[in-house]
Write a protein that binds this ligand. Structure first.
Ligand code: HEM
Length: 408
């Protein structure tokens, strides 16, 4: 495990170039690790494209000749229509700009003055915890994903509810682990910087460190999220189920502003961690609802199917855990793609990536093993994109004192 702190931080010099992601990679001084400098600093947008001139100056040219009154009236009306159209365009442009700015409010040095030690505090706790329990890495990465997909990355997944109606009470979240540990890290951060760092940001940093400490990529996390105060179990229907086909997956990702590439890249988060049998046993025993051992998912590779049946004895198995990337489930690597290309993706949703030409090509490219750094850079970029989902910033939301309860 790479337990050492990342070497010197490099101030981000990246930004969005016409929607394209710009990377700068730096070899780490100690060892073969790379630092992915990704476009967290969206605050460097150029503002030159907005215009504040809405109306046409009809009488402004020095040589302007007066028009006869009827013609003049028609001209005025035409100009008025044009004027309204240009105002509408300007309003749309402003709205788009506002939407971009809402995303742009996250940036890497957000706590540079208010809590410069936050990343060190989080990392120290992460190193300690993952040294003792490496299997926590998977749940913490997954928790950030589940946070972002429901109400945006606002820490809503962490909230408790007295009557068990919060996100964490919903079925897909009942298999999440590590809530106590998040609370412990929050307490350590509160000690260093009271009332300053949101739980949503702490979770984003923990997810990044979970990946990095599992020998995956490192990236600078744009920060500045605020915590929400609402958590509703029914809203977890925005999370993709393991039974989802490609169409459903792309729809659910698109709803979070994530595209097909993000889908295939982020699905590779399944290179670490474990799954309960019940999350995929329908593929082994009940694929079309006939509940018998021959009612199998035909897209699953037969030998792997037999192995899984050996581990998950029945549909009722509620306890057994299976490695999602057998043999290297604690290492963030290309193992996921190597499994999926052989039709050994654990969930139907993993196998669904072979049903689309783009995602299939991506899986095949990375199953070959020759482009690990490219995948790492892609993963870092998609994580940053996911981490932008519907964030609360500025005066929205609050900075919770404890992650499981709202402040008032
Ligand atoms: C594409 C749609 C996705 C589906 C349908 C899906 C579904 C699942 C399911 C059913 C489990 C097993 C839960 C259990 O039984 O314990 C799981 C585990 C996991 N997922 Fe996903 N997931 C998806 C995307 C993602 C993404 C985007 C990430 C992160 C970037 C992610 C990270 C993980 C991790 C790390 C685990 C292992 C958790 C552990 O070790 O406890 N998943 N996922």
């Amino acid at each position: 495990m790479h337990a050492s702190k990342p070497a010197s931080r490099v101030a981000s010099s990246c930004c969005c170039f016409g929607g394209q992601t710009a990377y700068r990679m730096q070899a780490r001084p100690h060892g073969p690790r790379y630092k992915f400098m990704v476009p967290g600093s969206i605050h460097r947008h150029s503002s030159s494209s907005t215009s504040s001139s809405f109306s046409l100056p009809i009488n402004s040219s020095p040589g302007h000749r007066r028009l006869p009154s009827v013609v003049e009236e028609e001209a005025k009306q035409a100009i008025c229509v044009l004027d309204m159209a240009s105002r509408a365009v300007a309003v749309v442009a402003l709205l788009l700009l506002a939407a971009t700015c809402a995303q742009a409010q996250l940036y890497e040095k957000f706590y540079g003055e208010s809590c410069p030690s936050v990343e060190d505090v989080v990392r120290k706790e992460m190193v300690k915890a993952l040294s003792a329990a490496p299997s926590l890495a998977g749940p913490l990465l997954r928790m950030h994903f589940h946070d972002c997909f429901v109400r945006g990355c606002d820490g809503s997944v962490l909230l408790d509810s007295a009557n068990k109606t919060a996100e964490k009470d919903a079925k897909p979240n009942q298999t999440l682990r590590g809530f106590d540990f998040v609370e412990r890290v929050k307490a350590a951060v509160e000690k260093a910087c009271p009332d300053t760092v949101s739980c949503a940001d702490i979770l984003a940093l923990m997810a990044r460190d979970a990946v990095w400490l599992s020998k995956g990529p490192f990236w600078e996390v744009p920060l500045g999220r605020r915590d929400g105060s609402v958590s509703i179990s029914n809203e977890t229907n925005q999370l993709p189920p393991p039974t989802a086909n490609f169409t459903v997956l792309t729809q659910l990702f698109a709803a979070k502003n994530l595209d097909t590439k993000d889908l295939v890249v982020l699905s590779a988060g399944h290179t670490i961690g474990t799954s309960h049998c019940f999350s995929f046993s329908d593929r082994l025993y009940n694929f079309t609802g006939r509940v018998n051992p021959s009612d199998i998912d035909p897209t699953l590779e037969p030998q792997y199917m037999m192995r899984l049946k050996g581990k998950c004895a029945s549909l009722n198995d509620n306890t057994t855990l299976v490695e999602m990337d057998p043999g290297s489930f604690r290492t963030f690597d290309l193992g996921y793609f190597k499994n999926v290309v052989k039709r050994r993706g654990l969930f139907h949703s993993d196998g669904a990536l072979l049903t689309n030409a783009f995602t299939r090509a991506y899986v095949q490219r990375h199953a070959g093993g020759g482009y690990k750094e490219e995948f790492f850079a892609d993963f870092a970029a998609s994580m940053i994109k996911m981490g932008n989902a519907d964030v609360l910033t500025g005066s929205q939301g609050e900075i919770r004192k404890k992650c499981s309860v709202v402040n008032h």
